[in-house]
Write a protein that binds this ligand. Structure first.
Ligand SMILES: Cc1ncc(COP(=O)(O)O)c(C=O)c1O
Length: 357
């Protein structure tokens, strides 16, 4: 291959692009999406609306209708809201506006890989601390690190992906008290946990808290690409500097508003999904497999030979996520909870694998 006319930025030369390995499989239990399509009423209304949308015109750049609806749903002032194309883009805007070369972010590994990748792309310095053996944040170590490196941004994922555990609110409170800058809490999976595990009530008393949410998981709209954050209006004010004009398409704005109108019906499937999460954990444990307690729509489990189990599951048309190359997740696989028949197929395949070995 000839040399390209220009190489990527030197600080990105050894950056691994994000990949979530995809393979053809009937049972797709690898990316924590919802197996349930959006409610039929939402889809019907959207189809009707599409004909009337002025797609020849640029969208409302401030997405006012969507912001009004979100503000009502989240019970938070519209000027303290920021929406973008998925929570990943919310995080990208946040790091472009508040990260960068003179700033440091603190993350707690193992966690969602984009929590390091996005700051890196935005040129931010990164400090990673390891979680303890139960995958919770070691608060003492975190406070020491905050004291030592004064990170401008601390990122907490709760429930944490891929481990599934929620961070105690006392930990988040302590981080908020010690951090010199902001603490970002990513609650992408918050709807699958109990409401009292959410940091939402802390927002009113902590100006340095940023809560990030997504429509991609419990809201059954991963394909629509919509996420948002709740924060102090002064912080939200800085975000407009880095967004591209008209970043939220007319279609995205329409879907978001409809989703909020159909919230009860949409989120009605959460209970059924958490039931499958329970089944996955209990049945895996009954097979003698270690599982990690989950508050999300997935279960992390440990096997002696994760690569073999991953491949044998694929032979049975079941695709899960393999984390075994991560030193903190050796032997670990993650399976998404969804339809009862997906659980059946996965458990049946696991029993077959164990019988064979
Ligand atoms: C913790 C966490 N945050 C954010 C996201 C990304 O969500 P979105 O589809 O809103 O960009 C994911 C997706 O897997 C996730 O696991």
């Amino acid at each position: 291959m000839t040399r390209p006319p220009l190489s990527p930025r030197p600080d990105l030369a050894d950056l691994e692009p994000y990949v979530s390995p995809q393979r053809p499989a009937r049972w797709r239990m690898n990316t924590n999406e919802s197996p349930y399509p959006p409610p039929p009423g939402l889809v019907d209304e959207l189809s009707e609306q599409i004909a009337a949308l002025a797609l020849n015109r640029y969208p409302d750049k401030d997405a006012r209708g969507l912001y009004r609806a979100l503000a009502g749903y989240a019970d938070w002032a519209a000027d303290g809201l920021w929406a973008a194309n998925g929570s990943n883009e919310v995080l990208m805007h946040l790091f472009l506006a508040y990260g960068g070369q003179t700033r440091t972010v603190l993350t707690f590994e193992p966690t969602y890989s984009l929590h390091s990748l996005i700051p890196r792309v935005a040129g931010t310095r990164i400090r990673n601390l390891w979680r303890d053996e139960d995958y919770v944040i070691d608060l003492e170590a975190a406070l020491e690190e905050i004291d030592r490196s004064a990170p401008d941004i601390v990122v907490v994922c709760s429930p944490n992906n891929p481990t599934g555990n929620c961070e105690p609110l006392s930990t988040v409170r302590a981080l908020l008290g010690a951090a010199p800058g902001i603490v970002v809490v990513d609650e992408a999976y918050g709807e699958f946990a109990d409401p009292d595990e959410s940091v939402r009530p802390l927002l009113a008393e902590h100006r340095n808290l940023v809560l990030v949410k997504t429509f991609s998981k419990a809201w059954r709209l991963a394909g629509a690409r919509l996420g948002y954050m709740l924060a102090d209006p002064a912080l939200v004010d800085g975000m407009a500097r880095v967004r591209l004009p008209y970043h939220l398409s007319t279609l995205t704005q329409a879907v978001g508003q409809l989703a909020l109108r159909y919230s009860d019906e949409t989120l009605g499937m959460v209970e059924s999904i958490t039931k499958q999460r329970g089944r996955l954990s209990v049945e895996l444990q009954a097979m003698g497999i270690k599982t990690f307690p989950s508050r999300a729509n997935f279960v992390l489990f440990h096997t002696d030979d994760a690569d073999t189990v991953f491949n044998r599951l694929l032979e049975r048309d079941v695709l899960v996520r393999n984390y075994s190359s991560n030193p903190a997740l050796r032997g670990c696989l993650r399976v998404t909870a969804g339809l009862p028949e997906e659980t059946d197929a996965f458990l049946e395949a696991m029993r077959w694998i164990l019988d064979e070995s």
